[in-house]
Design a protein around this ligand. Sequence first.
Ligand code: SF4
Ligand code: SF4
Length: 268
Amino acid sequence: MKEKYLVMDVAKCHDCNNCFIACKDEHADNDWSPYTYAMPWHGHRWMNIERRERGENGRVDAAFLPKPCMQCSDAPCAKANPAFVQTREDGIVLFDLEKGAGQNITDTCPYDAIYYNDEKKVSQKCTFCAHLLDNGWEEPRCVHSCPTGALSFYASEPAEFEKKIAEDGLSAYMDSLGTKPHVWYKNLHRFTKNFIAGQILIDGECAAGVVVKLEGGGVTAEQKTDMFGEYKFDGLEGGEAYTATAEGKVLGKTVLTGASVDLGEFAL
Ligand code: SF4
Ligand code: SF4
């Protein structure tokens, strides 16, 4: 049986919110029961975009994490509410509207993906647009509306998708929860990890093509400075000590403590 998977590329998300708006357009005022009732216009973000800024001084970047329900195979919401949370054969997790009437289960999702509808008295969340998929659509509205190609949707045998995870270097968000999600991320490090950056000058000019070496945290990596003399080692773990060197000189030492670091300019 093929299951449904959503892949999000954090590096391609520009926070335009088209996916959020498409989700509103599809669900607000539209009752798709028995899949789900209409989404309230306000308060519900079934496709939520989380934001994180990294860096300091001039060397900063921003990352955006589109975050719907992860459609977990081992779902905490289902474990807590087996009477009305159901997982379909294709992996989509749905709430039975009648059996779940009056049940506010927002606190059973570790991803904060469930919202309570005060008017209808039911818990609601992203359904992967199952009402569309069951009627011939090949992808949910959010994927259809993304202008940057950050979102892609797959119907795949689990074993086949495991290969894709390995080949494309996909990661699960909050992986330590072990929920076996059907939502996977590319370039997740942009949101969850940190970088060490800096700049090299020679005779006051940007020094392009200088080999910079970073050691620490079990990592030894090399890269060349770009046309601005800048380097940036990304995807680094917090809590580790790192040293950056070039041509035998120490550019800087730092211990990452949950934030990215700019080692500043270095005159070589
Ligand atoms: S539509 Fe695409 S680029 Fe825009 S916020 Fe959503 S995922 Fe990001
Ligand atoms: S992300 Fe939350 S709501 Fe969705 S299946 Fe997992 S635990 Fe349930």
